[in-house]
Design a protein around this ligand. Structure first.
Ligand code: C2O
Ligand code: CU
Length: 461
């Protein structure tokens, strides 16, 4: 893969800190962050390198670190009680894994996530291609959304019943790399590779780059056939990433306003790109934009193991289930959805196949034999969007509402619209117990998670 793979050492210390989210004269915000920085320090390695990251817990509570989207061995996945004991306050844990796939990833705790991620614990993890595609400049934007009080403190109403039952903890202040953005300077003719990472607990973004015509070159770190975003909007649910190639086609002195249009009637200006007086070049460079594929096993659909997965619950969930139950085609409205309604008891608000995971040790929802292709036919029988994330694997998104997807994109987190059906496929080649959950962290906390077990002999180094 790479001529000189190296072991690269890093340290991360999660602890309370202060961040200037909002410009002066507003006060600084007490946050929790890595190494006193928000976002946490960029971890950047090359594909094929081995990472060793020592995490020293400076919080007053347990934590872990999960390497979102990276196909690590199970023991390095950072899920408390499932793949490791939580790292207690004052203690350390050393993570070690190979950077098998190039791409845009990120790290965050998997312990008390609504609070720990919500207070600012996250950072970018960039794995460079052996031969990166050419750009004049590379930018990473970690998007986040905060619920701040008037004095710029984080509102402490984490886990409110309303947030749990509706669309999660959506805030009132959006930041790029831990700052309410001012304008960003660009140059006419410049080509920028923009890595977008949605680190928000719950906010979904749909970015409109006006006349810039972004080209999507990777999703969730994985290369995709370069294409214009659907409806011109780059849509990212929590935890999702997109790599864009942007050619700055405007004139010196121009401004481009990037607008987030996801929530109808609540569109707002995210940031302005301001062209400097001096152009970089005439016209756009003609460099190729297609990224080399990562070493993912190709799903073999013939003979694949197929499982149905249904998501239920939340506000108005009964209504949606009754509605969708009527169209299940089994001749009765009391079919699968009806049974599920009866199963939905207990503490949970959100359910996967009728079960809400609220305890710490969980029996697997599904067990997959190692090495087999698995198709998950997923139904969102709720009135809300859910970004569904599987650990330890990337999957191809095969279809939406029975229509094949245009790019069969690889993702690790797939955004499902209310009532939508999505089929994904992957080779279950990474043994262990893997989390499978909604990445709206309030939904996860209120039951929308489970464990998928890939059974087989664990390889020992
Ligand atoms: Cu971003 Cu279960 O994780
Ligand atoms: Cu959800």
């Amino acid at each position: 893969m790479l001529a000189n793979p190296q072991t690269r050492g890093f340290r991360l210390s999660p602890a309370p800190g202060l961040a200037r989210l909002v410009p002066e004269p507003s006060q600084q915000t007490p946050v929790w962050c890595y190494d006193d920085r928000l976002p946490g320090p960029e971890i950047r390695v090359r594909q094929g390198d081995r990472l060793r990251v020592v995490v020293e817990n400076g919080l007053e509570e347990d934590t872990t670190v999960h390497w979102h989207g990276v196909r690590t061995p199970n023991a390095m996945d950072g899920v408390p009680h499932l793949t490791q004991a939580p790292i207690a306050s004052g203690e350390a844990f050393s993570y070690e894994f190979d950077a098998v796939d190039a791409g845009t990833f990120w790290y965050h705790p998997h312990q008390n996530s609504t609070v720990q991620v919500g207070r600012g614990l996250y950072g970018p993890l960039i794995i460079e291609e052996a031969e990166p595609v050419r750009a004049d400049r590379e930018l990473t934007w970690m998007l986040d959304d905060w619920r701040l009080t008037r004095d710029a403190a984080i509102s402490d109403d984490f886990g409110s019943r309303h947030d749990l039952m509706h669309n999660g903890r959506v805030g009132n202040t959006v930041t790029i790399n831990g700052r309410v953005p001012e304008s960003i300077e660009v140059h006419a003719g410049e080509r920028v590779r923009l890595r977008l990472i949605n680190a928000a607990n719950a906010r979904i973004f749909a970015l409109d780059f006006a006349d810039l015509e972004p080209v999507v070159i990777a999703l969730d770190g994985q290369p995709v056939t370069p294409h214009a975003p659907t409806d011109g909007l780059v849509t990212l649910g929590p935890a999702m990433r997109a790599d864009l190639m942007l050619d700055m086609k405007g004139q010196p002195g121009n401004r481009v306003t990037v607008v987030d249009r996801f929530y109808k009637g609540l569109e707002y200006r995210l940031v302005d790109l301001a062209y400097a007086e001096t152009p970089l070049r005439e016209g756009a460079p003609g460099w190729p934009v297609e990224l080399p594929a990562n070493p993912l096993a190709e799903p073999e659909l013939r003979g694949a193991i197929r499982h149905e997965v249904t998501f239920n619950g939340g506000m108005m969930g009964q209504m949606v289930m009754a509605e969708m139950g009527g169209s299940m085609g089994d001749g009765s409205s009391g079919g699968m959805m009806g049974n599920m309604m009866n199963m939905m008891r207990g503490d949970g608000i959100w359910f996967i196949n009728g079960k809400a995971a609220t305890g710490r040790v969980m029996d697997p929802l599904l067990t997959l034999p190692r090495g087999r292709t698995c198709v998950l036919a997923m139904t969102n029988a709720t009135a809300w969007h859910h970004p569904i994330h599987l650990h330890g694997h990337s999957f191809r998104v095969l279809s939406r509402n029975d229509q094949p997807t245009a790019h069969r994109e690889w993702q690790d987190t797939v955004l499902m619209a209310p009532r939508e059906k999505v089929e994904i496929a992957f080779v279950a080649d990474n043994p262990g117990d893997w989390m499978f959950h909604c990445h709206i962290l309030e939904h996860q906390a209120a039951g929308m998670m489970g464990v998928i077990r890939v059974s087989g002999e664990e390889e020992r180094p």
